[in-house]
Design a protein around this ligand. Structure first.
Ligand SMILES: [Ca+2]
Ligand SMILES: [Ca+2]
Ligand SMILES: [Ca+2]
Length: 163
């Protein structure tokens, strides 16, 4: 099914640039596929409409009980596709912690539910933050480096060396 398949690709791509998949051509292919999935108009960049439309698909696929809110359980039990990568790297716990951080970040009023409005606002804020050169579109690089879910998952699975 499209809505559950694409997010798995999206998250699988997160590790591709610097993570456990970095050495494999499979990882690079996944990264390209994920970006193209969001890049609906196939222009080589993502605009805000594509980004929020994609986010809305993801929201629906996560909202298991269809109450228009995401609980932490729904958020954590959703198959991000990176679970196995984290497991292999011995980072399953850090990965789950990263997902909890993203959940808390998006749950703006702290009531342990992410509403559609909170989700949409968070994605818009993420889009603005990821758009490093402020040209209102995200390149593949901006998307992978700047989107909060990507950043959190990458940090969990492939943490930067301690200083
Ligand atoms: Ca729900
Ligand atoms: Ca909330
Ligand atoms: Ca940009």
């Amino acid at each position: 099914m499209r809505t559950s398949f694409i997010p798995a690709l999206l998250i699988a791509a997160l590790a591709a640039p610097v993570g456990a998949l970095a050495q494999s051509s499979e990882g690079r292919d996944l990264a390209k596929l994920a970006f193209r999935s969001v890049d609906n108009a196939e222009r080589g960049y993502i605009d805000q409409g594509e980004f929020t439309n994609f986010g809305s698909d993801v929201f629906v696929s996560m909202d298991f009980d269809e109450n228009d809110k995401l609980s932490l359980d729904e958020f954590l039990s959703w198959d991000f596709g990176l679970d196995q990568v984290a497991e292999k790297a011995g980072r399953a716990e850090a990965y789950e912690t990263a997902l909890r951080v993203v959940f808390a970040f998006w749950d703006r009023d702290g009531d342990n539910q992410i509403t559609r409005t909170e989700h949409r606002r968070s994605l818009l804020a993420d889009f603005a933050r990821a758009d490093a050169n402020d040209d209102a579109v995200l390149t593949e690089k901006e998307f992978l480096l700047g989107f909060s879910v990507n950043v959190a998952a990458r940090a969990a699975i492939n943490p930067p060396p301690a200083e």
